[in-house]
Design a protein around this ligand. Structure first.
Ligand SMILES: C[S@@+](CC[C@H](N)C(=O)[O-])C[C@H]1O[C@@H](n2cnc3c(N)ncnc32)[C@H](O)[C@@H]1O
Length: 292
């Protein structure tokens, strides 16, 4: 399940390679206005969440890590549930005796309550605030995926503390993210230009060093036996992932960067480079840990 990156002809290593790029990265995140969600919630954004869910599921081979053997009466929470696509997919794999809760600061992208299975509930919750009544220590499993843009000051500890509050002792946390630190651009040949793609993707990657230390951070902040699993995808899938990252960037550019003309030019140039035979390769990271 765990796999590493290997360099090949045409690979362009990225990630934390120059101080200059790190500064550029932190600049884009510092433009996120306090309390603003850095992506969109319209139907295109929701379609992206749906598409990427199935790409994730194919790349990982699971929704819940096999280490987490859910019992029929378990309670599962999906924090920052987005449009609820992960939660509803998991609900289809569990008996009705399991209870599933989706939580998000906004439920605008979710199906109406009346159309949810009887064992699924959605609740509005800001992860930086106290959990809703009845949710403290209530869950056997807490899942969270793709919350990077909301991590403040490169510090996941406030989120870890909130997620821990939801769990029963011994309960499992599963946290899934894109590896926005150790990513590469692969090309069919070294002559293919990738400058625009690199600039584009760096705008979307925060100062995400927290991902490097996450196992230790979890083990030091109320969890034990934390592990990280890294998943790569093959070249035949790279274009699909690439275009999904570009869609995410377009949302980020519209909401945060607010430079329509500059972003349009960058997007066009980057897509030219993609069509010439290059793509972003961003492994997926899955942390699993148990609450002490
Ligand atoms: C990129 S989406 C991921 C959605 C879902 N986890 C998935 O993988 O399909 C990020 C989600 O985080 C939610 N979010 C952002 N800030 C939040 C906060 N402070 N508390 C709770 N949810 C938040 C957003 O509303 C959005 O639905």
């Amino acid at each position: 399940m765990e796999s590493g990156n290997s360099m090949e002809n045409g690979d362009v290593p990225e990630g934390h390679r120059t101080l200059k790029s790190a500064n550029q990265i932190s600049n884009t995140y510092s433009q996120i206005e306090g309390g603003t969600y850095a992506l969109k919630r319209d139907f295109n954004a929701s379609t992206r969440l749906t598409a990427q869910h199935y790409l994730w599921k194919e790349a990982l081979g699971f929704n819940l890590h096999p280490e987490i053997a859910v019992k029929p009466d378990w309670r599962v929470a999906d924090v920052a549930t987005g449009n609820g696509i992960w939660l509803l997919d998991v609900a289809r794999s569990l008996p009705l005796s399991a209870r599933l809760d989706g939580l998000d600061i906004s439920l605008d992208q979710c199906p109406p309550d009346a159309w949810l299975p009887e064992n699924v509930e959605l609740t509005t919750w800001n992860i930086f605030e106290d959990p809703p009544e009845g949710f403290v220590g209530a869950f056997d499993v807490v899942h969270i995926r793709l919350i990077t843009v909301a991590v403040r000051d490169n510090d996941p500890k406030p989120m870890i503390s909130s997620l821990k509050n939801l769990l029963k002792p011994g309960g499992y946390l599963q946290w899934d993210e894109v590896d926005s630190v150790d990513w590469t651009i692969k090309c069919v040949h070294r002559s293919v230009q990738t400058d625009a793609m690199r600039r584009l993707f760096k705008q979307l990657c925060g100062t995400d060093d927290w991902k490097r230390d996450m196992v230790q951070t979890l083990n030091r902040h109320g969890f034990e036996n934390a592990s990280v699993y890294r998943f790569n995808y093959g070249k035949s899938m790279a274009r699909f992932w690439n275009d999904m990252y570009f869609s995410t960037w377009e949302e980020f550019a519209k909401v945060v960067l607010k430079d329509p003309s500059g972003s349009h030019q960058l997007g066009v140039a980057a897509m030219d480079e993609v069509r010439n035979g290059s793509a972003l390769f961003c492994p997926k990271l899955v942390w699993v840990a148990r609450k002490l």
